[in-house]
Design a protein around this ligand. Structure first.
Ligand code: C2E
Ligand code: MG
Ligand code: MG
Ligand code: MG
Length: 283
C-alpha cells in the first residue's frame, strides 16, 4: 500500500510495489525520460552536530515524481537506472541540481553544506571529477561545501581507475563520506587507505543499539577507530531519544534521522534552519 512520506504531502512508490517484471519494464521506460521531462527532484535531510544540535549539513536525496504513480523511492529506481545505463545522466543531474540549490540558498544568505550520493557506476566514469569541478565553478561554490557519499562496498572494492576518480574528487577539496558503513565486508585496516573524512554508520547498528550490549561495543570500537584515523562519525537513522542519548554517549559526532528531521523539499529548508536557530528544533 502507499505510504505517507516526509512532509505528509506525498505518496511514495516503494520497492515492494515494483515487484513484477512487467511493472519494472514500464518503470524503466518512463525513467528514460525522467530527466528530460523534469520529473526528478531532490529532498534534503539535515545532519546535526551531536553535542550542540547545530546544523552540520544537508543530504540530498533523489525523488522521481512519476506522472501517474506519484513520488517514487530511490530504492526502486536507482537500481533500475544502474541496470539500464541511466545512472550517469541522472547522477550528473543530481550534481548540477545540488550545486544550483546551494547557490540559491547562498543568495538568500544561507551558507550550508550539501552531501550527494554517488553510485559506484559513476566512479567508473573518468570524467566525473571534471564534472564536479565544473558544477562547483559554475555556481561559485567552495569545494568544501560539497560532500560525496559513497557506500562502503563501492569505496573499498574499487579498482585502480575508480580509486583514481575518488582521489581526484578528494583533491578538489570535496569531502568524501563512507555511506552505510558496517554493511559491507571490508577489512577495517583498509579504511586508512581511503581518502574519506567522514564515516556514516549504517542504520541497522543504530536500530540494535538500545537493546543490545554487543551492538554498543561494536559501535564504540568503530567510533574509536574512525577518530584514530581523524574521521568524523555520523549515525544515520536516529529515530528515538534513547538512540540519540546512546550515540552522544558513545562519541558520535553527527546525527541524522527522523528524530531530527525527515527529508524535506528544498523550499522547506530555510524555515527548518530558522526554527533550529531559534531553539525550536534543537535538542
Ligand atoms: P542513504 O544514502 O543511506 O540514505 C538514507 C536513507 O534512509 C534515505 O532513504 C532516508 O530518507 C532514510 N532515512 C533517513 N533517516 C531515517 C530514519 O530515521 N529512519 C528510517 N527508517 N529511514 C531514514 P531514501 O531517500 O529513500 O534513499 C534510499 C537510498 O537511495 C539512499 O540511501 C541512497 O543509497 C540512494 N539514493 C538516494 N538519493 C540518491 C542519489 O541522488 N544518487 C544515488 N546514486 N543514490 C541515491
Ligand atoms: Mg547517503
Ligand atoms: Mg546511508
Ligand atoms: Mg543506505
Amino acid at each position: 500500500a502507499a505510504k505517507r512520506a516526509g512532509g505528509g504531502c506525498c505518496v511514495v512508490y516503494e520497492a515492494s510495489m515494483a515487484g513484477d517484471a512487467a511493472e519494472q519494464v514500464l518503470l524503466q521506460q518512463a525513467l528514460r525520460h525522467a530527466v528530460a521531462r523534469g520529473e526528478l527532484l531532490l529532498y534534503y535531510q539535515p545532519k546535526v552536530d551531536a553535542r550542540s544540535g547545530q546544523v552540520h549539513g544537508l543530504e540530498a536525496l533523489l525523488r522521481w515524481r512519476h506522472p501517474e504513480r506519484g513520488l517514487v523511492s530511490p530504492a526502486v529506481f536507482v537500481p533500475l537506472a544502474e541496470r539500464f545505463g541511466l545512472i550517469g545522466e541522472i547522477g550528473n543531474w543530481v550534481i548540477d541540481e545540488a550545486c544550483a540549490q546551494l547557490a540559491r540558498w547562498h543568495e538568500q544568505g544561507l551558507r550550508c553544506r550539501v552531501a550527494i550520493n554517488l553510485s559506484p557506476y559513476q566512479l567508473r566514469n573518468a570524467a566525473l571529477p571534471e564534472r564536479i569541478a565544473a558544477a562547483l565553478e559554475q555556481h561559485r561554490l567552495q569545494p568544501s561545501q560539497l560532500v560525496c557519499e559513497i557506500t562502503e562496498t563501492a569505496m573499498m572494492e574499487n579498482l585502480d581507475a575508480e580509486r583514481s576518480v575518488l582521489d581526484q574528487i578528494a583533491a578538489l577539496g570535496v569531502r568524501l563520506s563512507i555511506d552505510d558503513f558496517g554493511t559491507g565486508y571490508s577489512s577495517l585496516a583498509h579504511l586508512r587507505n581511503i581518502p574519506a573524512r567522514q564515516l556514516k554508520i549504517d542504520r541497522s547498528f543504530v536500530i540494535d543499539l538500545t537493546a543490545n550490549a554487543d551492538a554498543q561495543a561494536v559501535l564504540e570500537a568503530v567510533v574509536g577507530l574512525a577518530h584514530a584515523l581523524r574521521m568524523e562519525v555520523v549515525a544515520e537513522g536516529v529515530e528515538t531519544a534513547d538512540q540519540h542519548a546512546a550515540l552522544v554517549r558513545l562519541g558520535c559526532d553527527i546525527l541524522q534521522g527522523y528524530l531530527i528531521a525527515r527529508p524535506m523539499p528544498a523550499e522547506a529548508v530555510p524555515q527548518w534552519l530558522e526554527a533550529l536557530k531559534a531553539g525550536a528544533g534543537g535538542s
